[in-house]
Every structure is written in structure tokens, then in C-alpha cells.
Design a protein around this ligand. Structure first.
Ligand code: ATP
Ligand code: MG
Length: 846
């Protein structure tokens, strides 16, 4: 039954082994470059804790940067632990956000956090817009107007109206920039600062403080948490109550990209314990400063130091620091190239990474003449690679990494044309389609009765005759019901939870109960009927969902029936008509919902009921009727939750929240898993690896991105690290490309890319003009990948074909110009010039 740890340790080098078997009561930092096995060590350390120290899996927390990384980790562990009988699904593993959301779901009741779903960024923007439109009193507007320019500057829109929401009726009111404000609020949240705390700060900005609290109130009225709230409120819960006292070890991957609140969460997860007069803290973090690319989300590279400081100063615990220096991922050419890119950066301490792989092929680099041509170049080379005789690669071995998500559009359209199967990693494409969003909105209405945003979006889609006046009327009803209560209990609870209205009656209930007369006067009989019908659809679905999920076992057929009921009676089905694609997408949402497994971690979190009334260090504010009152309230909300939260809707909320947190499966229309090329942003590719990596768009204004160009040295260096992260994902082959355009050329509103990226400057000798420049390099490929080349490998012939095919490839595209699905670019370039250009660049390649 027991399986030994030694075989696992045998796969590691000495430094790695030292890290894995390091003392488990001292904090451990592993700092090392890409591909040195940090993640491998983390996984082995989990195995070590499970097998050697016999820590139950549910007592271990592992944070990863993406859902994909979490999945890969579990797969690796399953392999290592085969036959041990240890259920790895019990580990608390996921992103900081998803772990936090689950903790809130489980223990949030005492803080008044029940029935919440996670808001999309769009929702957050909508909430803020509503705040600006209707929550700021005239008095406060007057105050805002009287602010000096300097105090307004951080919040007003620049010369360009970025969101196009021309607020004309505000007259002299300053035009506030939603993006800037949301950024500032997010920054505060990333630093673990609540609205009321910010208001108390001496240097708090009035405007920000006001809007932050109003924004938070509106979010909570909708029972929504934004991304940052997941972390902030989780921290609030676990720092006040010993809910996580069962946790014995915490491991953090990609530590360089944690921000302040995540650092604080880590400290809470890994509470220092005194065991028999010995101070213990069991936490392992791994990271690489050169790969820190989240400064724009307030990641602090200083967290390494802060961690050392925290443990030594406060707890007199010295962290153990281990470094690793052997790279097992990339060939020496790829590694040398990447290190050179980094070395151009000032102040960088050199790492001296050594590749374990002896033979290698230089990265390929090309400059094309337009965006389309570059995408075609990528598509062609992918096709070329997978169709080599005895090709060592299939599509799934290949990734295309881009700096900005919008770059994927052109790639996608080329891939569709050339039938290159692809998948968008961490892509939102599916969940952002109009019909999918509409269906999700309907589900949100069912799951969360307070979700005003979804409600208002659904009420008139499909059209039900509600004009702007009627909608404003409904909004008013919502805001009336959401008025903060003056009830003393309510206030205490409010103080405790920052939640303005726990007990306020639900908006939908009000809509149901407001006297018919009153409603009639605002809506008229016809609209009232529409409204009633609409509510009946939501109610009807709620009933069906409850039945489908309330039993001990969920019933997939009943769930599907509930879904269909909603789809049909809402009129959505009729609205979408017989568009086959849309219908399939809705089917896909249904399939995702039915197949959705509520994260098992949820089960592995123990119940906290027995601690319900232990409230350490709570400050009771205002005229304190004393703690009794508070306890009574908490008691109440505890009971309320037990009685009322319904598993069925909890399930649905969980599903909808994880859709937003990128934690559900990436959807693809065909369920059969063909190997596919991954298209990903560089940020989404962190920690992953592929045999072949393409990095298109290596031009000034793309990578480095345009906003960094007029920025500081720091901004450029963050871009440089981005490039470094991208190039170090490649194991065997790396393709770098860019296109350059003439100044003034038409570019769908973007600045033309006139120069190649500065990151490539001076690195020509390290790069090749085309793949497999000679027979020798071709053979190398087979050796490197451990594939046997065909006996009659004729390099000359292959190379001729490669060049000829490229011309054909481009021509074929040009001829088929308008007849392929999804073709959205290039229409403004005449076929002839396109052909000429392509032939020219093919010649240049030769
Ligand atoms: P990144 O910084 O990009 O996240 P990393 O340091 O986490 O990289 P891993 O992903 O853990 O690196 O490892 C990179 C590759 O090297 C993996 O394929 C891993 O299996 C392999 N590897 C790591 N250590 C060894 C080893 N001792 N022997 C053989 N292969 C190894
Ligand atoms: Mg890693």
C-alpha cells in the first residue's frame, strides 16, 4: 500500500532533491530561472509531504497561476502517487482567486457573504457607470467640481474619449474615466485596503474614497464580487476566524507575480504555529524575478524580501533559500538567445543557466510585409512542420504566443482558412459570444436574484417591449429595495461585513410584491404582463433547477430539462432562429453546465459550524450594544444560510463564477480531442512548455507594446521579461517574426509598426533565416526529438518543395480570398500586390 518516495527523488538533481526534502517547519524559497524544474520540485515536494510526512491531501494548499497549470500538476501527482491510494483531488489546488472564492463560499456566511457570484470586468464597468450616473449626490458633485485640477487629473478622461460614453447631461461635471477609476480601486484592493479603511487614511483622495465605497455598495446590492474582492474578502474571513487551522502546508508557484494581498493570503494560509515551544511554519514558494510580468496588476517583486523579512522579524524564523541552475527544457541555442535578450537589460544579475541539452537549432526569424502575411507565414510553417516526413511534431506540440489578445484575430482567420486546428488557451472567445453571454445572463438571473445587471440585460432581450422609461422604472425599484436599512442590527452587520444590505428584500421579490396598482401606473397592463411572464420564466426555472439538484445526487437529465425550459420559454431560442452555430454554442453551454463538477475542494474544506460563535478580535463599532448583538446577528446569518442557501443555486453560482474566473473548461465545439495548436497570450503561457513556439509580432509597438514605448525604462524591462517568458517556453524550435509597415499605412486605427523590436537588436548571429538551412540541421531535428528520419530523406527535394509550397500557399489563399469562412482581414489589399509581396518574401527567405 505504501509507495516509497525514493524513486521520485531519483528523478531529481542534487539541488532539486535538497529543496524537496528540506525541513518542513521552516519557510522555503526556491529562486531559479525558467525550465530549471521549479514546478517539478513543487510537485515532488507535495508528494514528499504526502508520502513521507503523511500529511492528508486536504491539509495542503497549492496555488498555481492558471487552471491549466493546476490541472497539469494534479496529473503529474497522480502519476507519481499511482498505487498509493492517496486521493489527489482532495488537495486544495488552484489559482489564488479560485481557492479564495471557494473559501468564501464555504465560510463567507459569518461575514454576510452568501449567495454571491463573481462579476466580469464588463459588469464591474457597468456598476461603476451606474454609480457615476446615479449614486453621487449633487452635493458631492459640487465638491468634486471644486477640486483642484491636480486632484482630478488621475481620474478624468484624457483627450480621447476611450469608452465613447458621452455624458452630455453632466454639463460642467468633470468627465471621469471609468478605466482609470477601476484601476485605482483595484490597486487599493491589491494592497488589501477596504473602502472604509481608505476613507480613514490621511492622504486619501476624496473622489476615490467616495466612488470606491459607492461602487462597493452597488456591487454588493447585486451580490457580486469583482476579481479583487475574491482575494480581499477571503483574507478578511480567514484573518478573523481560524477557519483554515487545518492547513498544514502551503505551496506557491510563480511567486514573483504575487501582489500584496496574495502575499497576505499566503501568510494567513501558512499561519505560524507554536508546537512544543518550537516555532513552525510550513510554506514553500518558487519563482523567478526575470519572469515577473504582472507589475501592471500590482505584483511586487519585493515579495521575496518581504517574505524573508516577515518570518525573520516577526517570528524569528529564517527562510531557507535554494537556487537551481540547470535548465532541462530548452536547447542551448534557445537558452543562449533568451539570456542575451535579458542581458541587454541593465542591472540584471546574470544567472548562468546551463542547458542540459547538447545539440540545438538556432531560432528562426523572418520579417514580413504585413500583418496578414505574417499570420500566413506562421500558418504555413506550422503546416510545414507537421507534414515533414515522419514528422516529430503534431499540432498540439506547437504554440503561438502573442503579446496582446487582439493579435489572435488575424492568426485565427488564417488558421481557419488553412485548416490549421487551433485552440485558444485561456481564451474568452467562447464565453464572450453574444448568444452565450445571453444564456449565461439568464442563468445568472436564476442563480442570483439580486443580480440587477443580468436582470436588466435579460428583460428586453429578446424584446419584450420595455423601453428606456420602463427600464429606468425597474432600475428604480431595484435601488429602492437596496436602500441600506437603518435597522441597528443591519448597521452592525454592515460594519462587520462592508455589506450594505444583507437583509434587504430581494429585488425580484419586490417586483413580485409591489402592489399591482403601483406597477400598473408605471408600466401599463401590457408591460406588466410582460414583466410577470418574464419573472414566471425565472421562477419556473428556479423550481426545476431546485428539483434537479436538490436531491442527494444531481440529475443531469432534469438539469438539461431545466436548461431547455429556460432557453425556450425565455424566447431566446426563437430569437436565435436557425443559426446552426449559435444553436451549437448554446448546446455547449448546456453540456458544460451538466458536466460541471463542483470543485471537490469544496468538500475537502471542513465545516466551520462548531466555530460559528468564536469571534476573535472583532471591533464593535458605534453604540455597541456589545458583542451579544453581534453574536446574535452572526448566529442569525448562520441559521439563515443553513436554512436558505440552497445547494442547487450554490451549484449554479459556483459554475457561473468559475466561468468568470477562467476556471471552467475551455470550450471547443467538437468534443473529440484532435491535437490542436495552442494560441495564447504570453501571460497565459506562464509555466507551460511546447516543443515548438512561434512568437509573431516582434515589432516596436507590439513587443515592446506601444504603451511602453513612451514609458519608463521599467516599462520596457517588463516587456523584455515578457519576451523572455515567451522564448523560454520553447523546447526545440523557436520561430520569431515581425512585419513592418510604412509610416502612415492604414491599420485599423492602430499605429503602424515601423521597426523590428529592439529586443532583437544585435542578435542576428544567433538567429537563422529559415528553418533547416542545410541537411545537417534537418537531421539534427530528428536527433533532437528522438525521431527516426525516413531512410530516403532527400534534403534538397524537401527544401525545394518548402519554397515552392510557400508560394502556392499564399496564392491559394489569395485566390480563395472571399470564399472562406471567417476571413476578416486583408480585404483592402489587392490580390496582385499580395501575391507580389508574398513571392518577394519567399525569395528573400530563399
Ligand atoms: P518555469 O520557470 O518556466 O515555470 P520551471 O522552473 O517550473 O519553469 P519545470 O516546468 O518544472 O520548470 O521543468 C521544465 C522541464 O524540465 C519539465 O519538462 C521538467 O519535466 C524537466 N525537468 C526538470 N527537472 C528535471 C530533471 N532533474 N531531470 C529531467 N527533467 C527535468
Ligand atoms: Mg514552473
Amino acid at each position: 500500500e505504501k509507495i516509497p518516495i525514493e524513486p521520485i527523488l531519483d528523478t531529481l538533481n542534487e539541488d532539486q532533491r535538497r529543496a524537496v526534502t528540506a525541513c518542513t517547519s521552516t519557510p522555503l524559497q526556491i529562486k531559479a530561472g525558467p525550465g530549471t524544474g521549479k514546478t517539478k520540485v513543487l510537485v515532488a515536494r507535495v508528494a514528499y509531504l504526502l508520502l513521507k510526512h503523511r500529511i492528508p491531501p486536504q491539509n495542503i494548499i497549492v496555488t498555481t497561476f492558471t487552471k491549466k497549470a493546476a490541472k497539469e500538476m494534479i496529473e503529474r501527482l497522480d502519476k507519481l502517487l499511482q498505487g498509493s491510494g492517496i486521493p489527489t483531488t482532495k488537495l486544495l489546488i488552484g489559482t489564488f482567486h479560485s481557492i479564495s472564492y471557494r473559501i468564501i463560499q464555504k465560510y463567507g456566511a459569518a461575514e454576510g457573504l452568501t449567495g454571491f457570484t463573481v462579476a466580469t470586468e464588463k459588469d464591474a464597468a457597468q456598476v461603476l457607470e451606474n454609480v457615476l450616473d446615479s449614486d453621487i449626490s449633487d452635493k458631492d458633485w459640487a465638491l468634486i467640481q471644486s477640486l483642484p485640477d491636480a486632484a482630478l487629473a488621475p481620474f478624468v478622461a484624457g483627450a480621447v474619449d476611450s469608452d465613447g460614453s458621452g455624458d452630455t447631461d453632466s454639463g460642467t461635471r468633470p468627465k471621469l474615466d471609468k478605466k482609470k477609476i477601476l484601476r485605482q480601486i483595484s490597486k487599493l484592493k491589491a494592497h488589501a485596503i477596504f473602502a472604509d479603511e481608505y476613507a480613514k487614511q490621511r492622504d486619501a483622495m476624496f473622489l476615490l474614497s467616495l466612488i470606491y465605497s459607492l461602487y462597493q455598495r452597488r456591487l454588493f446590492e447585486n451580490r457580486l464580487l469583482d476579481f479583487d474582492d475574491c482575494l480581499l474578502y477571503c483574507h478578511k474571513i480567514i484573518s478573523r476566524r481560524p477557519v483554515l487551522s487545518f492547513v498544514q502546508h502551503t505551496l506557491v508557484d510563480e511567486f514573483q507575480d504575487t501582489n500584496e494581498i496574495q502575499l497576505q493570503l499566503m501568510f494567513e494560509f501558512a499561519k505560524v504555529k507554536k508546537v512544543e515551544s518550537e516555532t513552525k511554519c510550513s510554506v514553500t514558494i518558487v519563482g523567478d524575478l526575470d519572469q515577473s510580468i504582472y507589475a501592471f496588476r500590482d505584483a511586487q517583486v519585493g515579495n521575496f524580501e518581504k517574505m524573508l523579512d516577515h518570518f525573520s522579524r516577526i517570528h524569528s524564523l529564517q527562510c531557507l533559500v535554494v537556487t537551481l541552475s540547470q535548465n532541462y527544457r530548452s536547447t542551448s541555442d534557445i537558452l543562449a538567445f533568451s539570456e542575451h535578450v535579458m542581458r541587454q537589460q541593465m542591472k540584471r544579475t546574470q544567472k548562468n543557466l546551463v542547458s542540459q541539452l547538447q545539440s540545438s537549432l538556432k531560432p528562426v526569424r523572418a520579417t514580413l510585409e504585413s500583418l496578414d502575411e505574417e499570420a500566413r507565414w506562421v500558418a504555413y510553417h506550422i503546416t510545414h512542420l507537421v507534414s515533414l516526413p515522419q514528422s516529430p511534431f503534431e499540432h498540439s506540440d506547437i504554440a503561438v504566443l502573442v503579446r496582446s489578445a487582439y493579435q489572435t484575430r488575424v492568426l485565427e482567420s488564417e488558421f481557419v482558412k488553412h485548416r490549421v486546428p487551433y485552440t485558444i488557451v485561456k481564451g474568452r472567445a467562447f464565453w464572450e459570444r453574444k448568444e452565450v453571454l445571453a444564456m449565461v445572463d439568464y442563468l445568472r438571473c436564476v442563480a442570483n436574484e439580486n443580480d440587477q445587471l443580468a436582470f436588466l440585460r435579460c428583460i428586453n432581450y429578446p424584446k419584450r417591449g420595455f423601453g428606456p422609461v420602463a427600464i429606468a422604472e425597474i432600475e428604480k425599484l431595484f435601488s429602492q429595495t437596496a436602500k441600506p436599512s437603518t435597522d441597528i442590527r443591519e448597521q452592525i452587520r454592515l460594519k462587520l461585513s462592508d455589506s450594505p444590505q444583507l437583509n434587504a428584500s430581494l429585488a425580484l421579490q419586490t417586483l413580485r410584491s409591489v402592489s399591482r396598482k403601483e406597477l400598473k401606473s408605471s408600466f401599463g397592463a401590457k408591460l406588466l404582463e410582460s414583466l410577470n411572464k418574464f419573472i414566471a420564466v425565472i421562477d419556473g426555472t428556479r423550481k426545476l433547477i431546485k428539483e434537479a439538484l436538490n436531491g442527494t445526487e444531481s440529475n443531469p437529465e432534469a438539469l438539461a430539462a431545466a436548461f431547455d425550459y429556460l432557453y425556450e420559454t425565455s424566447g431566446l431560442k426563437r430569437e436565435l432562429g436557425d443559426d446552426e452555430n449559435k444553436r451549437l454554442n448554446i448546446e455547449e453551454v448546456k453540456a458544460q453546465l451538466i458536466l460541471f463538477e463542483k470543485p471537490s475542494q469544496e468538500d475537502s474544506l471542513p465545516d466551520f459550524a462548531e466555530h460559528q460563535f468564536e469571534i476573535p478580535d472583532i471591533e464593535v463599532i458605534g453604540d455597541s450594544e456589545g458583542e451579544d448583538e453581534v453574536i446574535e446577528l452572526l448566529n442569525l446569518s448562520g441559521e439563515q444560510t443553513k436554512g436558505e442557501t440552497n445547494d442547487a443555486f450554490e451549484f449554479l453560482r459556483s459554475f457561473l463564477s468559475l466561468v468568470v474566473l477562467y476556471e471552467t473548461e475551455n470550450s471547443s465545439k467538437d468534443h473529440i480531442n484532435h491535437p490542436k495548436v495552442s494560441i495564447s497570450t504570453i501571460h497565459g503561457a506562464k509555466g507551460l512548455e511546447w516543443p515548438v513556439v512561434f512568437i509573431p509580432g516582434l515589432g516596436e509597438g507590439l513587443l515592446p507594446a506601444s504603451f511602453a514605448l513612451d514609458g519608463t525604462e521599467d516599462a520596457i524591462n517588463e516587456e523584455r521579461r515578457c519576451f523572455y517568458v515567451a522564448s523560454t517556453r520553447a523546447k526545440t524550435l523557436l520561430y520569431l517574426s515581425t512585419y513592418t509597415e510604412k509610416a502612415g499605412s492604414l491599420n485599423w486605427g492602430r499605429k503602424p509598426v515601423e521597426k523590428q523590436s529592439r529586443f532583437l537588436t544585435g542578435l542576428d548571429p544567433m538567429l537563422a533565416q529559415m528553418p533547416f538551412e542545410n541537411e545537417q540541421s534537418m537531421k539534427k531535428l530528428y536527433t533532437l526529438t528522438g525521431t527516426i528520419p525516413p531512410q530516403d530523406l532527400d534534403y534538397e527535394k524537401l527544401q525545394k518543395k518548402y519554397l515552392r509550397d510557400y508560394n502556392l500557399y499564399v496564392k491559394q489563399t489569395t485566390d480563395d480570398h472571399d470564399n472562406r469562412p471567417g476571413f476578416v482581414t486583408g480585404t483592402d489589399i489587392s490580390r496582385l500586390t499580395l501575391l507580389q509581396k508574398a513571392t518577394k518574401s519567399a525569395k528573400r527567405l530563399a
